[in-house]
Write a protein that binds this ligand. Structure first.
Ligand code: G3I
Length: 377
């Protein structure tokens, strides 16, 4: 695998930028994705994995959605059921039902499962937010980390061992997040979590997962540098991190994206010997006016998708793409005021629409997978 490929991008990639009209190019009658091959098959034939985050209720209560998931996905991430706040609401009482449903559903149908996420300063159970202020904070966190990874041992292909530990805005010299975990345990909690994960389930590939290093902005440049610095430090310290998970909550408009800048970052990560996954892809259309016809909104989402994936899939160390949801019907963006559309219209950020029909974003993803370098061999 040539990890030091020049940062130049293929001609096709540089052609892909452009206006929303370009998105019509992704519809079935324009030469892209002519056949019906689902995304998981298009990814797999290039040595990539494609999947989505799902919730138990979505799978168990909507057969048509479940069918779409099985058609398109080769790997599933529990959107929230595997997090500490969902599993151990009351101290010492662990409920894995939701996460087990998703993991076992995936395995029963020949799919893989991602673990998300063992160590995260968010979504802590209320009791843990207090308990982690005590002197035995490390033991409390370790008990959670080991217990949850051990519960899924042998059933999870990849773990987001640590999530969102970087936040340059908080002013630390190392650009790390000044969370309760950092304040109580110091920055070594990150490396320590990777050692525990390896001891507990050595077969699951160990990822560091974070957000916000896709855009061509000063903020995301600071994040790229802080993430790289963290990964370099972890490798120097011998922490058994194996991959970088890039959440990729993109914007369809208003926020600049530069393929060459992003491609250089990917090459820098790969040069550390790490594999790369996109773990939470969605393309927020909140900055596209609701007065625009759906074709324009969907077109901008598809165009950003294609530009991002073309740069991403040019990097040999990239192992796959997971979208954060598969259908607009269930996107988290409609329920979180920080990111929702101001006009309260439903966000059109995912490959399938509310009725689970393929959108221009689906065709853009299909075309990007079809055009990707083959990683097999
Ligand atoms: O399902 C329960 C419901 O039974 C209960 O009545 C209700 C009130 O407590 O909560 C419902 O669970 C909610 C769950 O989403 C399912 O909708 C949780 O409260 C809510 O906290 C949870 O939010 C999730 C959030 O992470 C926090 O875990 C979102 O679905 C999920 O999309 C979001 O995902 C994060 C990634 O993990 C990390 N990267 C950012 C991404 C988006 O914020």
């Amino acid at each position: 695998m040539n990890r030091h490929r020049a940062c130049g991008l293929s001609r096709r990639s540089l052609m892909a930028g452009g206006s929303a009209a370009a998105a019509l190019a992704f519809m079935p009658d324009a030469g892209f994705a002519q056949d019906d091959l689902p995304l998981k098959a298009r990814a797999a034939r290039k040595g990539l994995v494609f999947g989505a985050a799902v919730q138990k209720g979505q799978l168990s209560k909507n057969r048509r959605f479940a069918d779409a998931v099985l058609r398109e996905c080769a790997i599933l991430t529990p959107e929230w059921e595997m997090k500490w706040g969902a599993i151990e609401r009351d101290r010492g009482t662990r409920d894995y039902a939701g996460a087990d449903f998703i993991v076992d559903y995936a395995l029963r149908h020949g799919l893989h499962a991602r673990g998300h996420t063992a160590v995260w300063a968010n979504n802590l159970p209320a009791w843990a937010q207090d308990a982690l202020k005590d002197a035995d904070a490390q033991q409390i966190l370790d008990a959670h980390t080991v217990t949850v990874i051990d519960h899924f041992r042998g059933r999870v292909a990849q773990w987001d061992v640590v999530n969102e530990a970087v936040e340059p805005k908080e002013g630390r010299m190392d650009g790390l997040r000044n969370s309760i975990l950092m304040r109580q345990l110091g920055r070594d909690f990150i490396a320590h979590a990777f050692h525990l994960a390896k001891e507990t389930d050595p077969a699951a590939v160990r990822y560091y997962n974070d957000t916000g290093f896709w855009a061509d902005t000063a903020e995301d440049e600071l994040r790229r540098r802080a993430v790289l610095r963290l990964l370099e430090q972890l490798k120097r310290d011998g922490a058994p991190v194996q991959g970088l998970g890039m959440q990729a909550h993109l914007e369809a408009d208003e926020v600049p994206f530069d393929q060459k800048t992003f491609r250089r970052f990917l090459a820098d990560v790969a040069s550390l010997g790490l594999e790369i996954m996109v773990t939470e892809l969605d393309v927020n259309d909140r900055y596209v006016s609701g007065a625009e016809p759906l074709e324009v909104r969907d077109g901008k989402v598809a165009d950003m998708t294609r530009r991002y994936l073309d740069a991403l899939l040019d990097e040999p160390a990239v192992a796959g793409v997971v979208t954060w949801g598969l259908s607009d019907r269930y996107t988290w963006l409609n329920g979180d005021n920080r990111w929702a559309r101001k006009d309260r219209r439903r966000n059109r950020c995912l490959p399938l629409d509310d009725a689970f029909r393929r959108k221009p974003m689906w065709y853009a993803m299909a075309a990007a997978f079809d055009g990707a370098r083959d990683r097999q061999g």
